[in-house]
Every structure is written in structure tokens, then in C-alpha cells.
Write a protein that binds this ligand. Structure first.
Ligand code: PEP
Ligand code: MN
Length: 343
């Protein structure tokens, strides 16, 4: 790390910085520039050290050189990580398609939609048994019953499923059923939940917080990893901006930035970014163009009856169209998408 001193920093403040660096167990090196003094700090620094040095008078700024995330960083793991869920592989250079209803509403609905997306080439099923709803009066999900239904849909279609875990109390229950645990956008910085989910050893789909920076997202992935989960897939699902023409603003710019610094796969949720069915395909294609390792899409055969997020659900026929166009895009960049089935 580099400690940049103010132009007007006194000799005694520079001396104090050097002493503090030694106290912390590192070696200070003075770099005398034209305008100011910079002290470089040699040694394997801890996360609190920056704060201690930044509190000293005469210090303008402390610039970390190495990354605060270690396990998620490409510096420590050069190759792309491939996250495997059953037979499905995220991050192997191809695109994984996850599809299904926003929420598990009942057994019939879930199995119908699971069959519809499987026939059309989806590799995984999505569906919430526990739903994080803005309003306490909205449908909250079927809970454990929903997990049982998802397991039946898996049995019927062979599709592994991803489902959200909302709180620490239900982590082990959800993990008994699910092939992949989802951390929702509202929980990306629920550190207690990240710790528990990290410990259970199932692959995780972690959605980016709706106002989280790249670094904050990386640090949350780091929480999962340091607690034992190395199979983390991150999902860009749109962030909050001044724009109000879509539910969220799909920030595809995070994809190349993510891949530059992190070896974990990143996928896009064009349903929760757009909020409306007519924008789902454009958002999905933008994600593929930016290099996403997968898509997670809401599909419902009766969106007008859906208990959650009907306006953003694709009809199965629209999902077929998404698959067809995506295949064209993926072929042109040397990738495959889905299982290859079409309907
Ligand atoms: C979901 O995928 O069902 C969901 C609630 O998404 P998000 O956490 O991105 O809002
Ligand atoms: Mn939803």
C-alpha cells in the first residue's frame, strides 16, 4: 500500500507515519516526489491497517496495491473457475440457460412450466419457494411445500434447480432440496446469511445487490468462498439508477470488468432487470454480447395469473424465440447455449 502525504505535511507527521508502519509490523520506504512525499508500505497487510494509517494527520490518501479480495481474485487464481451443478457447467466458455417461474405457485403450474422450458432447451429450472417481497401483503411463497414441488419438477424433467434462501434459519432445509442456492439482490450483503450458505457446500448463485459496486460484489463472493464455498456464480440483475423506463438498469459493463479481476462465472437476469416482457430478449442479448456465462429467465405460461412478476415473464413460445435468437448470437461467437432441444 502507498501512503500519500499532504503537500504541507510536516516532518513530524511523516515521522509518525513511519513509526506507525513499523508498529504495525511493516517496513516504510520514503519516496520523495517533486511535490509531496509518499511512503510505501512493504509486507502482507491486514484489512484494518489502511484505516489506521488514514487516521494519521498529514496523510492525504492511502492507496492499496493488492486487492482486498483474495480467493475471488484472478491474482490468486488465473484460470476461469467452472462451477458444476449436476451435469451443467458454468464458466466453460458456453452459455447456461436457466428458466422457470418467478415463484412456485402450486405443483401443477411448476411442473407444466418446467416441462415447457425443458422441451425448449433450458438446462436448469428456477423458481422461488421463499420469496423476498417488498410488500408483506404480497404472496410470500409456499416455503417447504414449494421445495417439495421443485424436487418433483426435477424428477419429472431431469432439470436441476436453483431456488432462493432468504434467511439463516432455512439454509439447511433449502440445501437439502436445491441443487444450487440463490442469494437474492436484497441479501447480497447479509453477511450472516453468506456465512451460513458458504458453509453448506452447495453451489451458489449470488445476485448482485441493486446498488452494489463491483468491489462490494466481489467482497460478498469472498464471504461465500472464505466460508468454504468455491462454487459461486454471480448474477447481474440490474441496478438502481435515475432511469425509470425499466424496473432496473441492466449494467452489462460489469461483465468485462468482473472477468478482468475475478475467475468466477457471471450470468445475467434479463427478467428482473427489465421488468417487462418486451425488454427481456433485448436485455438477454446485450448480456450475451457482453460475455455472460449464462442467463436466468422468468417463464410463465399464464403470466396474467402469476402470483409474482407476471409482467416480466415470457410465454413459453417467447422463450423459444429467445432460445433461437440466442443460439444465433452464441454460434457467431463460438459458444453453445442450452441443451440443443427446440420446441
Ligand atoms: C428472483 O430471482 O426471484 C429475485 C427475487 O430476484 P432479485 O433478488 O434479483 O430481485
Ligand atoms: Mn421475481
Amino acid at each position: 500500500m502507498l501512503v500519500i502525504m499532504e503537500k504541507t505535511a510536516s516532518e513530524s507527521s511523516i515521522q509518525r507515519v513511519k513509526e506507525k508502519i513499523v508498529e504495525l509490523g511493516y517496513e516504510p520506504h520514503l519516496i520523495e516526489g517533486h511535490e509531496r512525499i509518499t511512503v510505501s508500505v512493504l509486507g502482507n497487510q491486514g484489512t484494518e491497517d489502511r484505516m489506521y494509517l488514514e487516521s494519521l494527520r498529514g496523510v492525504l490518501e492511502v492507496i492499496p496495491i493488492s486487492k482486498p479480495y483474495k480467493l475471488a481474485s484472478r491474482e490468486t487464481h488465473l484460470e476461469n473457475t467452472i462451477v458444476q451443478v449436476g451435469e451443467v457447467k458454468f464458466g466453460d466458455g458456453n452459455v447456461v440457460m436457466i428458466a422457470g417461474p418467478c415463484a412456485v405457485e402450486n405443483e401443477e403450474q411448476t411442473i407444466r412450466i418446467a416441462i415447457a422450458v425443458e422441451k425448449r432447451g433450458a438446462q436448469m429450472l428456477r423458481g422461488g419457494a421463499y420469496k423476498p417481497r417488498t410488500s408483506p401483503y404480497s404472496f410470500q411463497g409456499l416455503g417447504e411445500e414449494g421445495l417439495v414441488i421443485l424436487a418433483k419438477a426435477r424428477e419429472k424433467t431431469g432439470l436441476p434447480f436453483v431456488t432462493e434462501v432468504l434467511d439463516t434459519e432455512t439454509v439447511s432445509l433449502v440445501a437439502q432440496f436445491a441443487d444450487m442456492l440463490q442469494i437474492g439482490t436484497r441479501n447480497m450483503q447479509n453477511f450472516a446469511l453468506l456465512r451460513e450458505v458458504g458453509k453448506v457446500g452447495k453451489p451458489v448463485l449470488m445476485k448482485r445487490g441493486m446498488s452494489a459496486t463491483l468491489n462490494e460484489t466481489l467482497m460478498s463472493a469472498e464471504y461465500l468462498m472464505v466460508n468454504g464455498c468455491r462454487n459461486v456464480v454471480v448474477c447481474e440483475r440490474g441496478v438502481r439508477t435515475f432511469s425509470n423506463h425499466a424496473r432496473n438498469t441492466l449494467d452489462i459493463s460489469i461483465i468485462p470488468a468482473w472477468k478482468q479481476v475475478c475467475h468466477l462465472p457471471i450470468i445475467v437476469d434479463p427478467s428482473h432487470s427489465s421488468g417487462r416482457h418486451y425488454s427481456v430478449i433485448p436485455h438477454a442479448l446485450a448480456g450475451l454480447g457482453a460475455g455472460a456465462d449464462g442467463l436466468i429467465v422468468d417463464v410463465h405460461d399464464r403470466p396474467e395469473e402469476a402470483l409474482c412478476d407476471g409482467p416480466q415473464a415470457l410465454h413459453p413460445e417467447e422463450f423459444s424465440k429467445l432460445m433461437e435468437i440466442s443460439k444465433g448470437v452464441c454460434n457467431s461467437i463460438g459458444k453453445t447455449i442450452g441443451t440443443g432441444k427446440t420446441a
